[in-house]
Design a protein around this ligand. Structure first.
Ligand SMILES: Nc1ncnc2c1ncn2[C@@H]1O[C@H](COP(=O)(O)OP(=O)(O)O)[C@@H](O)[C@H]1O
Ligand SMILES: Cc1cn([C@H]2C[C@H](O)[C@@H](COP(=O)(O)O)O2)c(=O)[nH]c1=O
Ligand SMILES: [Zn+2]
Length: 193
């Protein structure tokens, strides 16, 4: 990945940053993203929120957690569209980031180097336990990475894997409890034997 010269930031420049919230399904990524964005709104900062077109499970204009907590958002087809945000924007939130294209880290870098606080949430691994989309590269360039955990549905331990219970081996398969279970390492690999 090559970062272009307009990404250069000097000592006296604005203080943007990248935060990544990652983990398995049901680990609380969206709730944590909404919590941070709400606090920014309370602080009267100009906030814009984006999600990819692929995930319109509950709503097209909102980010919605599994507990139906929600916040207004804009659906975009590709990561470069995020750069078209308003000039006053101070905080950018991005949910379901695993579904974005490989340019997302570059887009986040450009925003952060302009002084914007960028908060990104997404699955770190797919249903096979493989690093998912642009998330690994985002984790590498972020100032702060928060890994959240669900509760393993098999044994109650902290879960960091999303075990697919429905059939289908395409990487992208939109779904919830009918298709996925959060599982710990042990229960995930037992299930995949
Ligand atoms: N096995 C589980 N472990 C933890 N939380 C769960 C589980 N099953 C359902 N939940 C619910 O999911 C919520 C988290 O939802 P959400 O923030 O949308 O997660 P994520 O975005 O990581 O998929 C929890 O607060 C909890 O109420
Ligand atoms: C593991 C895995 C998940 N998905 C899909 C399933 C859901 O629609 C989203 C994740 O949503 P959440 O807010 O993190 O619960 O991703 C997928 O397409 N492929 C996978 O491997
Ligand atoms: Zn377990």
């Amino acid at each position: 990945m090559l970062f272009s010269e307009h990404n250069f930031i000097n000592k006296t420049g604005p203080k943007g940053s990248i935060e990544v919230i990652c983990g398995s399904m049901f680990s609380g990524k969206t709730e944590e993203l909404i919590r941070r964005l709400r606090r920014a709104q309370i602080a009267k900062l100009e906030v814009e929120i984006f999600k990819p077109t692929v995930d319109t499970r509950y709503a097209t204009t909102e980010i919605v957690s599994h507990d139906k907590n929600s916040i207004q958002s804009t659906v975009v087809e590709m990561s470069s569209a995020i750069l078209l945000l308003g000039t006053q924007t101070q905080v950018v939130g991005i949910d379901e980031a695993q579904f974005f294209d490989d340019n997302l880290p570059e887009v986040c870098n450009i925003l952060a180097n302009k002084g914007i606080r960028v908060i990104v949430a997404g699955l770190d691994m797919d249903y096979m336990g493989r690093p998912f989309g642009p998330i690994p590269n985002l984790m590498a360039i972020a100032e702060h990475v928060t890994k959240v955990h669900a509760v393993c549905v098999c044994c109650g331990a902290p879960a960091n894997y999303s075990y697919r219970i429905s059939t289908g081996n395409t990487r992208v398969l939109i779904g919830e409890k009918e298709s996925y279970e959060p599982r710990c390492r042990n229960c995930f690999y037992q299930g995949n034997k």
